[in-house]
Design a protein around this ligand. Structure first.
Ligand code: B12
Length: 467
C-alpha cells in the first residue's frame, strides 16, 4: 500500500520551522509495518500537504496543538474516499471527537496497533477504535467496533525507527529508553497514555541507536534521571553511551528529587559523562500549595519541614554546578495564582539562572485535573485558558505571558545566563567549553522564537492551536 504519515501542526505554531527535534512517533510506526511505501510529512517543517496525493491510507499523529489542522486534512482526504487513521497524545485523550473526522482512532501506544490497522485497511475490515491499554475502553455506541490490546507495548525488541523517511535532517535526533511515569501529577497526560509504571528498552539497543546519530540528540524519557527503581538501568545505559567512540551532546527532561539521593546524583553525573548538556525541569509552580495539590512536589526532592522553594533552588544549583544548562517549565493560572505570580515566577528563574518557560495553565483532556475541573463546573473547554479562574481575565493573562517571555528572553537575560553557565563548563581538555557556551546562547535565542507570539490573541487561542 501507499501510506502517508503526517504530523499535524497549526500553520501559525511558533514552533514551525523552529523545532530542532525530530518527531519520533511516525518513523517508529513505519518500522512496525514494513513492506509498504511510506511518505512522511512533518507540518512543523513542511508548508503543506497535497491532499490530492495518490495514497491508500493516511496516518496522522495529533498532539494538542495540531488538533484543528489534523481535522481539516483528514476531512479533505476522506472526501476523496481515502482512509484516515488518527493517533497520538491528543487523539488518545479525545477519541470520540476524533472519530468524527477519521475512519479509525488509535488510542495509546501505536507499535502494537499499527500493523493490525494496516492489515485491516488492506482487507477492508477497518474498525472504529484501536486501543492499547489495560483500561477497558468505553465505546460511544453499541455499533462501534473495537480492537483492544490489553496492556502496554512490549519494549523488549522494538524495530529501529525509520528516521530516513524524513527528507530533511533535524538538528537533534530523538530516541527513547523508557516509557510510563509513576509520579502521577494531576495535570500530566503521560500516566493515561503510557501507564504508571516505568518500562525500559534494553540499554544495549538504545546505545546502539544513539551510536547512529550525527551529534545532538534528545532522550525523550519523561525523566532521564529516573527514580530509585530505574537508577541501575540508567547507570548502565549512560556507561554504555559514555563508552561510545564518538562523543555526542544531548538533552532531556529531569526531576529534582534525584539530586537529593546519593545514587540519583551518581546517575546525573553518569549522564553528564555521557554527554548530557541541557536539562528541562518541570518545576510547575513557585506556589508550595499548588505543588502539593497537583502532586508535583513528589519530584522536587523536598523533605518534610523544608522550605520547598529553597530546596528546589539548591537542587537546580547542584545541577548547574555539574555543567548542566537548566530550563524550568512552569504553569501559571491555578486558583491560588494572581497576576503577580507571572512576575514572581520570572524573578525566581532570574535569581537562579534558570531559563524560564512560563505558560498559562491548560487542563489537558484525559488528566485528573481536567476531570476535577469538569466535575466542579469550572472548565471552559473549547477555550485556550480552559480553567475558569476566580479573578484573572484572559486578556490580562495573555498579556502577562508575553510580558514575562519578552523580559525573560531579553538579550541581557540571555547573556547573563550564558555567562553564568560558561563559568561552570570545566572541560578545557576537550575544548568543550566554547562549544557548550555557544550552545547555551543559541539554545536560548531559538527558545525565544517559540515563546514570543507577535500576533494578538484576539481569537482567544494562541497561534499554536489555530487551524
Ligand atoms: C518531546 C516532547 C515535546 C517536544 C516536542 C519535540 C518534537 N519535535 O517532537 C517539545 C519540547 C517541543 C514539546 C512541546 C510541547 N509539549 Co510536549 N512532550 C514531549 C514528550 C516528552 C515526548 C514526546 C515524544 O516524542 N514521545 C515519543 C513518541 C514516540 O510518542 P508519541 O508521539 O506519543 O507517539 C506514540 C503514541 O502516541 C502513538 N501515536 C502517535 N501518533 C500516532 C499516529 C497513529 C496513526 C497511530 C496509530 C499511533 C500514534 O504511537 C506512538 C508510539 O507509541 C511528551 C511526553 C511523552 N512522554 O510522550 C510531551 C507531550 C507530548 N507534550 C505535551 C504538551 C502539552 C506540550 C506543550 C503544549 C507544552 C507547553 N506548554 O508548551 C508544547 C506544545 C508544542 C507544540 N507547539 O506542539 C503533552 C501533550 C498532551 C496532548 N494532549 O497532546 C505531552 C504528552 C506531555 C504531558 N505531560 O502531558 N513537547
Amino acid at each position: 500500500m501507499k501510506i502517508l504519515l503526517l504530523l499535524a501542526a497549526s500553520r501559525t505554531d511558533p514552533l514551525r520551522r523552529n523545532d530542532p527535534f525530530m518527531p519520533l512517533s511516525l518513523p517508529l510506526l513505519a518500522a512496525t509495518a514494513p513492506g509498504h511505501t511510506y511518505t512522511l510529512v512533518d507540518l512543523l517543517w513542511d508548508d503543506d500537504v497535497d491532499t490530492a496525493m495518490d495514497v491508500d491510507l493516511v496516518g496522522i499523529s495529533m498532539r494538542l496543538t495540531g488538533e484543528n489542522r489534523a481535522y481539516a486534512i483528514a476531512d479533505a482526504f476522506r472526501r476523496r474516499g481515502v482512509k484516515v487513521v488518527i493517533g497520538g497524545p491528543q487523539a488518545s485523550a479525545v477519541p470520540i471527537r476524533v472519530r468524527e473526522h477519521a475512519d479509525a482512532v488509535a488510542v495509546g501506544e501505536g507499535e502494537p496497533l499499527w500493523p493490525t490497522i494496516v492489515e485491516d485497511v488492506a482487507r477492508g475490515t477497518l474498525k472504529d477504535f484501536y486501543v492499547c491499554s489495560p483500561v477497558p475502553f468505553v465505546l460511544p455506541s453499541p455499533e462501534s467496533t473495537l480492537h483492544q490490546v490489553d496492556g502496554y507495548a512490549d519494549l523488549s525488541a522494538l524495530p529501529v525507527a525509520r528516521r530516513e523517511l524524513y527528507r530533511r535532517s533535524y538538528r537533534f535526533d530523538t530516541v527513547f529508553a523508557m516509557r510510563g511515569c509513576p509520579i502521577d501529577c494531576d495535570f500530566c497526560a503521560v500516566p493515561s497514555l503510557f501507564g504508571r509504571r516505568f518500562r525500559t528498552r534494553p540499554a544495549a539497543d538504545v546505545a546502539a541507536e544513539i551510536d547512529t546519530f550525527r551529534n545532538y540528540y534528545y532522550l525523550l524519557d519523561d525523566t532521564v534521571f529516573g527514580k530509585a527503581a530505574t537508577y541501575d538501568y540508567y547507570l548502565d545505559l549512560y556507561a554504555r553511551v559514555a563508552g561510545l567512540k564518538k562523543r555526542r551532546f544531548w538533552c532531556g527532561q529531569g526531576n529534582l528529587d534525584a539530586v537529593g539521593d546519593e545514587k540519583g546524583r551518581a546517575v546525573i553525573q553518569a549522564a553528564v559523562r555521557a554527554g548530557l548538556l541541557y536539562v528541562m525541569v518541570g518545576m510547575e509552580s513557585i506556589s508550595p500549595a499548588t505543588l502539593a495539590a497537583s502532586g508535583a512536589i513528589r519530584k522536587m526532592g523536598v523533605r518534610g519541614g523544608e522550605d520547598p522553594l529553597r530546596r528546589m533552588a539548591e537542587n537546580v544549583r547542584w545541577l548547574q554546578d555539574q555543567g548542566l544548562v537548566v530550563s524550568g517549565w512552569f504553569v501559571v493560572g491555578y486558583e491560588t495564582d494572581t497576576l503577580e505570580s507571572w512576575e514572581a515566577t520570572l524573578a525566581f528563574c532570574r535569581e537562579n539562572h534558570i531559563i524560564p518557560v512560563i505558560s498559562p495553565i491548560k487542563a489537558l483532556p484525559g488528566t485528573r485535573l481536567h476531570e476535577r475541573l469538569l466535575a466542579e463546573g469550572r472548565l471552559d473547554d473549547g477555550r485556550f485558558l480552559n480553567l475558569r479562574h476566580p479573578t484573572l481575565k484572559d486578556a490580562d493573562v495573555l498579556a502577562a505571558w508575553q510580558r514575562v517571555a519578552r523580559e525573560g528572553y531579553s538579550l541581557k537575560a540571555i547573556w547573563e545566563r550564558t555567562r553564568f553557565m560558561a563559568r561552570r563548563f570545566k572541560d578545557p581538555a576537550r575544548g568543550d567549553r566554547i562549544h557548550k557556551t555557544i550552545f547555551t546562547w543559541i539554545l536560548q535565542t531559538k527558545m525565544k522564537k517559540g515563546m514570543i507570539h507577535d500576533e494578538v490573541f484576539e481569537e482567544g487561542s494562541p497561534p499554536s492551536e489555530r487551524g
